[in-house]
Design a protein around this ligand. Structure first.
Ligand SMILES: *Cc1c(COP(=O)(O)O)cnc(C)c1O
Length: 337
């Protein structure tokens, strides 16, 4: 199968599988798993945070960060398109009793500081307490600039807010900006990173923050059932993903550019190639095309796409240039029939 639906579909490589098979383990709820401890220690140091916590998913890492930053009755500012507002089942509100205050994202994915300022509530019992700004980098494949990150820090300092970065794909941002990851995350109080997307681990995310934030988040992790026992089995693969695979992301970005260019050459498909900043391509089909039919036909050829217009196609470790040539050839045939 050639799977363009997401970078979450990557399969663990043999090195990861060997590491998993041979991982030293203990009970991580007791803090006894040496492989988890090593991953957390390494990750904290690498990203310049005091501590780190291994989580089962990015959704969980974000939820625990929000719950550790905010009390019941607080609110967090976020984008209307933010994953931790729109795509996480409303967890912060449902489980954390934290009110989201979404703001329309700008075209580049950023949040306008004037609009954010207007949304901050006065200290008055009519209102929830605004305590946190949550931003996302990359967002829908777009990169927030280093300047924007620094401005977000300045804004939150000014308004006495904490700053969380949903960095599910933050290594794609660092790759696109050609900077060390710390250039991005130096500005934030906490950050989540998905290890199971472009970085290729089978399972897991990491949450980074201060000692006290991680300690609070660890309590909440237990509450939501995320305390795992011999988690070193999956942490072993996660560590390889985090240490080794940032350097392969450039290939995914190059492949996305190539995919975008080839798609643009097909009739009835339009891609704004300038908008391809990382590993995501958004292809607009003309209205005459039956997209569901295209998706069905390609599935029969072992190519998986998500129906949608624009259609999001994601490149990752398990897609190479030959796979892209293959999908372009199949699409070309379908579109000319
Ligand atoms: C995928 C994603 C998450 C959630 O990660 P899961 O591991 O799928 O729960 C959070 N934020 C962003 C921006 C994502 O893309």
């Amino acid at each position: 199968m050639i799977d363009f639906r997401s970078d979450t579909v990557t399969r663990p490589c043999q090195t990861m599988r060997d590491a998993m098979a041979n991982a030293e383990v203990g009970d991580d709820v007791y803090g006894d798993d040496p492989t988890v401890n090593e991953l957390e220690l390494w990750a904290a140091k690498r990203h310049g945070f005091a501590n780190a916590m291994f989580c089962s998913s990015g959704t969980q890492a974000n939820l625990l960060a929000l719950m550790a930053h905010c009390q019941r009755g607080d609110e967090y500012l976020c984008g209307q398109q933010a994953h931790n507002y729109k795509f996480e089942g409303g967890g912060a509100a449902i489980i954390g009793s934290i009110q989201p205050q979404p703001i329309e994202n700008e075209k580049d994915g950023s949040l306008c500081f004037e609009k954010l300022t207007a949304a901050i509530k006065p200290d008055d019992s009519h209102f929830a307490r605004t305590t946190l700004l949550s931003i996302e980098n990359t967002i829908n494949g777009k990169v927030l600039s280093l300047e924007y990150m620094a401005n977000a820090r300045e804004f939150t300092n000014q308004h006495n807010l904490k700053l969380h970065l949903d960095g599910a794909r933050v290594y794609n941002a660092a790759t696109a900006l050609n900077v060390d990851i710390t250039e991005i995350c130096q500005h934030v109080d906490s950050m989540s990173i998905c290890l199971s997307k472009g970085l290729g681990a089978p399972i897991g995310s990491i949450l980074l923050g201060s000692e006290s934030l991680i300690s609070d988040a660890k309590r909440w992790r237990k509450v939501v059932g995320g305390g795992m026992r011999q988690a070193g089995i999956i942490a072993a693969a996660a560590k390889i993903a985090l240490e080794e695979n940032p350097k392969v992301l450039q290939q995914d970005h190059d492949n996305a550019k190539y995919l975008a260019r080839q798609l643009n050459l097909l009739p009835n498909i339009e891609v704004n190639e300038d908008h391809v900043e990382t590993n995501m391509v958004f292809a607009k089909f003309s209205n005459t095309i039956d997209i569901n039919n295209i998706v069905e036909q390609l599935k029969a050829k072992n190519i998986l796409l998500t129906a949608g217009n624009p259609m999001r196609l994601v490149t990752h470790l398990n897609i190479n240039k030959a796979d892209i040539d293959n999908v372009i050839e199949q699409l070309s045939t379908l579109l000319s029939n």
